[in-house]
Design a protein around this ligand. Sequence first.
Ligand code: DX5
Ligand code: ZN
Length: 220
Amino acid sequence: MKTKMLAPSLLAADFAKLHEEIGTVEKAGVKMLHIDVMDGTFVPNISIGPPVIAALRPLSSLVFDVHLMVNEPDRYLSAIAESGADILTVHAEACPHLYRTISKIRQMKKKVCVALNPATPLNALDYILDDLDMVLLMTVEPGFGGQKYIPEMTSKIRKLASMIVQSGSKALIEVDGGISHHNAKEAMDAGADVLVAGSAVFGKDMEKNIIEFNKIMSNG
Ligand code: DX5
Ligand code: ZN
């Protein structure tokens, strides 16, 4: 069985205390940090970019899972890779030449993940599934934290899980958006391996929030 993992989303952290908050989640046993890069064009919001990721890199040994919500991601791949990303996620909707984009990420010796918006069909992954380390299913429309999980996404996770088994791909399934203690089990039971959670982790009691997720994930 694939390991289940929690990836706190930095978007929900206190941006004035990034170092401290990353330290807190790392101490609580988290292994992967989800970092959202937004350009204000692909999504109607702007977040952080390579200089911030590069500044955080020496301060943490977490796996940096960088989610590019940008148009023309090819223009930024090397800057993101050089900033210290371990996993590069590009949106299928933003990549007219997805096969080439995937090859570029591979050449930079980084892990490759392709993200799909909620309404993008899974057949966008036909012909590339074997080349991926991970698929990110958006379970809200990308752009903002704190939105509500779209219930129809549970069957999409399930379908992707069976596509992966049938194809023999080793890709993990990551889900992102509206993941909380209330629906984590539902997403995992459907086949999610990596749960991204922003508002359900950062906030008042991060340690407690993470312990609660770990309980749910180990009982899954
Ligand atoms: C949204 C981002 C998410 C976001 C999730 O577009 O991709 O990673 O931070 O936040 P929550 O968990 O609050 O929905
Ligand atoms: Zn994200």
